[in-house]
Design a protein around this ligand. Structure first.
Ligand code: MG
Length: 259
């Protein structure tokens, strides 16, 4: 029933664009490819594994410590330590799930240079309530400079839940791919903030399938997260998103081979 309803929504969303073939999306490994032997999210090995399976990109999350070190981690805390309030030395020797140490952004980007075909989907993390504007004012330019330093701007997409962080990246790097994550604005509203892409939790596209076409008509890129089930993967493929961010990159690749 859900499938039939969604098919109708897709048809309605694509109405008037029937002559446009839906293009196959590419696959971004969410926090790298870590669902394998010895894997850990957001680790150097997850980056290497994403390259090994020929994913289009590796997504990763970045925080900045109180002493200005950019580190790769999803959660705000690591072993109970609030990363943005801590010194790097406070946690640098503590292990990830697989025993690796947490990667700095320098280490991550240095490794990424070994994989020239791999795109980087660089998430700038900010406080959940977006209250720490001083932090945001520090972290955004530091992230931009880190990618510039390693010569990787040409294969990096920046993503953030913070609208102001996305606006800042777009202002610092005109034309750089930037995708807003929060899902609360239409593509047109995001575009009006100078941001050229969206990366939304996939159920937002069940509510608003027309957003894919709306974004494309504005020249914006469309990514979605975190799409792990076959039916949802297929629905996002059918809808014509540009990228699928997933914990199951090999499953998405398999479905795309039959596209
Ligand atoms: Mg992320």
């Amino acid at each position: 029933m859900k499938k039939q309803f969604f098919t109708l929504l897709c048809a309605a969303a694509l109405c008037g664009c029937a002559e446009q073939a839906v293009k196959a999306p590419v696959v971004a490994a969410h926090r790298g490819y870590w669902k394998c032997e010895g894997g850990a999210q957001n680790s150097i090995s997850s980056l290497t594994n994403a390259a090994a399976i020929k994913a289009w990109g590796s997504e990763f999350d970045v925080w900045m410590t109180a002493d200005d070190t950019l580190v790769v981690n999803h959660d705000a805390k690591f072993h109970g330590i609030v990363l943005k309030d801590a010194a790097y030395a406070d946690f640098k020797d503590l292990p990830l799930d697989n025993g690796e140490k947490m990667s700095t952004v320098d280490q991550y980007l240095q490794k990424a240079k070994e994989f020239p075909a791999l795109q980087l989907v660089f998430e700038i993390k900010t406080a959940d309530d977006l209250s720490d504007t001083l932090y945001e004012a520090r972290v955004v330019p530091a992230c931009v400079e880190a990618v510039r330093k390693y010569g990787l701007l040409d294969r990096t997409t920046f993503i953030a839940f913070s609208l102001t962080a996305c606006e800042s990246v777009a202002r610092l790097l005109p034309g750089q791919p930037v995708q807003y994550l929060n899902g609360d604005l239409s593509p047109k509203e995001v575009y009006e903030h100078g941001i050229n892409g969206i990366d939304y939790w996939y159920p937002e596209f069940y509510k608003h399938p027309e957003w894919v076409t709306e974004a494309h008509e504005l020249g914006m890129s469309v990514n979605c997260w975190t799409v792990n089930a076959r039916e949802d993967i297929q629905n996002m493929i059918d809808l014509g998103v540009d990228q699928i961010t997933t914990n199951e990159p090999t499953l998405v690749q398999k479905q795309l081979r039959s596209f």
